[in-house]
Design a binder for this molecule. Sequence first.
Ligand code: SF4
Length: 475
Amino acid sequence: MERKQSTPSTDIILKNQLIIEDIRRINQEYQLKKKRNKKFNITTYGCQMNEHDSEKLKGMLCQMGYDETDKRENSDLVIFNTCCVRENAELKVYGNLGHLKSFKRKNPNAIIAVCGCMMQQEHVVKEIKKTYKHVDLVFGTHNIHNFPKLLSQAMNSDNMLVDVWDSEGEIIEGLPVIRKLDVKAFVNIMYGCNNFCTYCIVPYTRGRERSRDPEVILSEVKDLVADGVKEITLLGQNVNSYGNTFDNGYTFADLLKAVNEIEGLERIRFMTSHPKDISDDVIDAIAECEKLCEHVHLPVQSGSNNMLKAMNRKYTREHYLDLIRKIKTKVPNATISTDLIIGFPGETDQDIEDTIDLIKEVEYDASYTFIYSVRTGTPAAEYDNQIDEKVKHERFEKVLNVINDIISRKNKTLKDEVLEILVEGQSSKDKTILTGRTRGFRTVNFPGDESDIGKLVKVKITNPRSFSLMGEKVE
Ligand code: SF4
């Protein structure tokens, strides 16, 4: 009989499976004694990449015989999957770890684990070792596939186990995943980033760019569609350089076209695009592929060439505006959203005027506007021309007012228009109101019942508000 040679990925999965079985046996004994399964609780901070990593952890834990609980205090295993992009999330992690000191005293057999981007930073690991000695396991973003082995070691040790890899290995496919099934789902198409924007920690914590095999992505999307998912967002730090690590010339535009062929899928989105890399082929794909939504999230960060240079963004405002003109010509009904950083080191009043000028020219439909905050470990953290907090906030208010005026004015023009909405669920405040999004990514609320959740419906806009639209279902 011919034996199939196992790839490193399948080797890892097989070894994992053996450890998962061992832990499952231990948990079964526990179940027989205590008449309940062991429970785990995961708190996830940050982006969709982290959400997906948590789905993998959940998949492995369920195979080990754990049940998920939303009550941290009832858990046998508490995991924090951390993010270091925003300072706020970092502080919350430290706060939560502090609170768990008394929990660990009362439950000495419980395991406390911390993983994710924060752990890829040396100073964070040092701080955890020094101040949070009750933590049992620390691991990073590059060795999440080793979680069963790490957990098994942590269960059998009285000391904190720290295993953080400096660099990424190959992409490990085939880990069990537990997804919260929804109308829409996110699918990672690549990991890491090669761009080194001077404010960003991602290249240091998520490693260099690696693209997933298109066949694996397409099969994941097909499985999700078979499970009822209607909208897929293809996810990467810089989706436009998807395929750069392949030697067969397969590009992001090729992937978009292939996903567009999947039967039963209604909508495709993608995030995030880098203005230096988005190609004409991708813009053409948006114009041609009927499932690709006419919404482009194209983070500009600043409208000033001086700031773009200081941020190492590798494009100019002129290049960015050319792209916007190209998108608007080829896809006339496209909506455009962006990310902006206000108060970057060295920013002047003129730089802010340039940003406002660009915002007015593009007429964004949405913007995620952030006040710059220092991220330890990034080049910009070392710049000695940091901006005073008060000035940052004044500039932020000024920019926000301009954006909000534009969004509000554009929303008003939609009154009486009939738009296609993918119904995502009921409003959290009022169960008689359904909520969903247009192809252009605008939120629309309208009266309706839960039988419409997951469906595409036509809604007439009756009351356009500043940040959402109210409407009535017409069919
Ligand atoms: S493109 Fe820049 S901002 Fe985006 S992940 Fe890469 S380094 Fe960070």
